[in-house]
Design a binder for this molecule. Sequence first.
Ligand SMILES: Cc1cc2nc3c(=O)[nH]c(=O)nc-3n(C[C@H](O)[C@H](O)[C@H](O)COP(=O)(O)OP(=O)(O)OC[C@H]3O[C@@H](n4cnc5c(N)ncnc54)[C@H](O)[C@@H]3O)c2cc1C
Length: 464
Amino acid sequence: MTGQQVQLGGWGMMAHSRAEVLQPDSVSAAQLAVSDAGRRRRTAIPRGSGFSYGDAALNGNSLVLDTRRLSRIIGLDGQGLVEVEAGVTIGDLCRFATRRGWWPPVVPGTGRPTLGGCVGANVHGKNAYIVGTFGEHVQELDLVLPDGSLLTCSEEREPDVFRAVIGGYGLLGVIVRMRMRLERQPSRLMVEEIAAPHLTSIMHILSGSLGPSDHAVAWIDACAQGEGRGRGIVQLARNLNGDSGGSDREVGRSGRRPFTRLRSALWPLLLILRTNQGVGALNSARYELAALNSGRTSIGPRERYQFFHDFIPDWRRAFRPGGVLQYQMFVPKECANEVFLACLEAAQEIKQAPILAVLKRHRTDPALLSYGVDGYSLSLDFPVTSTGLPSLRDALHRLTDEVVLPAGGRFYLAKDSILTPDQAGRSLGLDALGQFLAIKRRIDPGTLFQSDLYRRLFAPLALG
Ligand SMILES: Cc1cc2nc3c(=O)[nH]c(=O)nc-3n(C[C@H](O)[C@H](O)[C@H](O)COP(=O)(O)OP(=O)(O)OC[C@H]3O[C@@H](n4cnc5c(N)ncnc54)[C@H](O)[C@@H]3O)c2cc1C
């Protein structure tokens, strides 16, 4: 099987490389593509929708296995156990499930990633502090190994491989099929928005001071200074019990959200975020408006709240050609406030305002290469320009070495494009990394599965 040579990029557009792309359309075609790659002595990496920000799904000068044509939903039983191929997108699964009164326990902020990509990065949602990460709801995986054979793994069968594949960034094989649990969930949520005047009050609300919520997330005004540094808007969402099954109108007749074409034309509005003044003005207006209506609740479809990033599809067009660099740190609750204030201050010192800053609450998870902490994450999306990149990179490296890692912080490789091998080792833990590399040597002795991310962070640690 041979494919086309294509220039691929990470979603954030900082990382690029050229590769031969194969698109198997069945499990047996995926097995053939992998065994063929081995015979041709090529390296390969599975790719879903390419929504990781950096280089996790790139494999320069070699093979990329695009799994999006493995897109069958095979079955759903009465207990909510769904069997799917790995190229189904999370949005398509949600649309299928919501009409039947079900919903995946964990979804990321966009519906476009594939389920294989959600397992590969072990994604989290706005309810991570309650339900953990995606992999905790997967029951069984079928993995194509380097010789093209299939390995079924679960907590009972090959549990060490199972825990390493979840969050294993495609480095152990290609997931082609999985069984995962859905939850009975109403199709609509009640969302309360609270304006909070500083970071401490945001963390207090996220920790549950206003009572339990099913989802919680905070938008931070990253430009606010002094007493108001870290002020923002907390959204607490609760399931609207008594409501079941989404209507076709809510999810769109064609299975897409309504008005997609209209919303797609909105991205030029975001050009205002290309200057620090624009970001500052928009943030202030957003915060002041929320402060006037603080405590207001609204009811809406679950999908609209969950897939917030899809409101303006392909919004990254406003930041071409440099793209967006996301820096997301996960910090234990004891030091999160202090670390996040230091990060916001550092971003203000280099005068590069993040266009988006989001705070979430988390818990630890059982994946081998876990990024989870009993604490909080703050993600900062910086627009990239060729003149600003060197100082941004320097500042983030300093923060990583001097503030985040010493506080026990961790990083999420799906969002990363700048960590060094040493920083990745300290984030993941050398013990966990050693166990992961030992499993890789056992099931992939010829190192067939490689990516640009692997060569940037893992290979130097494997040799060291
Ligand atoms: C706008 C936006 C919002 C986001 N919000 C969130 C969020 O709220 N929470 C969160 O956790 N993440 C979030 N992400 C990150 C995103 O969910 C992850 O990067 C996810 O992995 C993307 O899935 P994908 O199908 O695009 O995978 P890709 O980016 O194509 O691949 C991701 C990794 O998974 C591996 N992989 C893909 N398919 C397979 C397979 N079949 N078998 C084995 N490995 C595979 C790849 O090799 C790669 O290492 C967001 C990203 C964007 C762009």
